[in-house]
Design a protein around this ligand. Structure first.
Ligand code: HEC
Length: 328
């Protein structure tokens, strides 16, 4: 607005070289002053607008920075929390394709048998499986005769006899698998204060147990640079805290399998003993899936039959034509 006004005026002043007289001069000078003031005003307006715009820009950039900072802090925080969780809870085991993990798949029973051999030749030195009795192995991993023979190899304290005294006898099918230590104190004393837990339910007692036990058994290696492990402990990233009291137990050919066709590598033994422990924790697994499949099949047949029966019963009613013949 001021621009057009002033432009006209200035033009007039410039042209008004011819203009003479104080009034004219005065008026022109006044107009020029006003104009200058206007120009300044606008200038300052523009400046203030610019500065406020700049201020706006600065504010926005601060906002942006704040948002960005918060975002980064959140990402960093989550990362740190995850790292912390990993250190505290242990590295999450990968998902392994267990033969029994399918909807309709059963345990690999040859693996249970070999796994029992790994357990009794290696793990049984420190861990019990108190829920298992010799009879549980019959029909699952061994024949009855084999299980009886195995049971007879142990000595069991029994009693009282007719004279009221305890005695030892050969094991029977009804006896539990022997425990390595009589009580927790003895177990801790022999293991530097750490307690080797009972393994009957270990795959259920730990998160993602089957994958965890397998990963744990194969997870031993040298601690990475900067990580120190207390004496008597062993570095294992899958164990919560990263340091476990159990030494690495599996080595190639550490177990003698009765099945010559399978070579007892470290990972083979880990897989077999984990399958054995998964079975020990959930012996009803195969039966459960079989029952599930049977019930789903039977109920589907029942549902189809019921649906057909309903349509059949309703057909005469549904297909009937009702004519209302109202006279008057
Ligand atoms: C020399 C004794 C010893 C032998 C042999 C041994 N362990 Fe252990 N095991 C331990 C001790 C001690 C712990 C407790 C570790 C701890 O709390 O730091 C343990 C802990 C465990 C745990 C539990 C980890 C957890 O999350 O609490 C599993 C699973 C396990 N052992 C499996 C096995 C298997 C499978 C074998 C056989 C291949 C085996 N162990 C052989 C001593 C042993």
């Amino acid at each position: 607005m001021w621009r057009t006004k002033c432009a006209g005026l200035l033009r007039a002043i410039r042209q008004g070289g011819a203009l003479t007289g104080t009034a004219a001069e005065q008026s022109s000078s006044k107009a020029a002053q006003a104009c200058t003031a206007g120009a300044q005003g606008l200038h300052s307006d523009a400046a203030s607008a610019e500065s406020s715009q700049q201020a706006g820009r600065t504010a926005w950039s601060w906002q942006k920075k704040a948002v960005l900072g918060t975002g980064l802090a959140a990402v960093g925080g989550v990362g740190l929390a995850l790292m912390e969780e990993e250190a505290e809870m242990g590295l999450h085991p990968p998902e392994y394709p267990w033969p029994h993990s399918g909807l309709f798949s059963a345990y690999d029973h040859a693996a249970i048998r070999r796994g029992h051999q790994v357990y009794s030749q290696v793990c049984a030195a420190c861990h019990s499986v108190s829920q298992l009795h010799y009879r549980n192995l019959v029909g699952v991993a061994y024949t009855e005769d084999e299980a009886k023979e195995m049971a007879a190899e142990i000595e069991v304290e029994d009693g009282p006899n007719d004279e009221g005294e305890t005695f030892t006898r050969a094991g029977k099918l009804s006896d539990p698998l022997p425990r390595p230590y009589p009580n927790e104190e003895a177990a801790r004393y022999a293991n530097g204060g750490a307690y080797p837990p009972d393994l009957s339910l270990i795959t259920k007692a730990r998160h993602d147990g089957t994958n965890y036990v397998f990963s744990l058994l194969l997870g031993y290696h040298e601690p990475p640079a900067g990580v120190s492990v207390r004496e008597g402990l062993h570095y294992n990233p899958y164990f919560p805290g990263g340091a476990i009291a159990m030494p690495k137990m599996l080595v190639d050919e550490g177990t003698e399998y009765d099945d010559d066709s399978v070579f007892a590598t470290e990972s083979q033994q880990a897989k077999d003993v984990t399958t054995f422990l998964a079975w020990a924790a959930e012996p009803e697994h195969d039966e459960r899936k079989l029952m599930g499949a049977k019930w789903i099949f039977i109920l589907s047949v029942v549902l189809l039959t019921a649906g057909y029966y309903k349509r059949w019963k309703w057909a005469p009613l549904k297909s009937r034509k009702v004519i209302v013949d109202a006279i008057n």
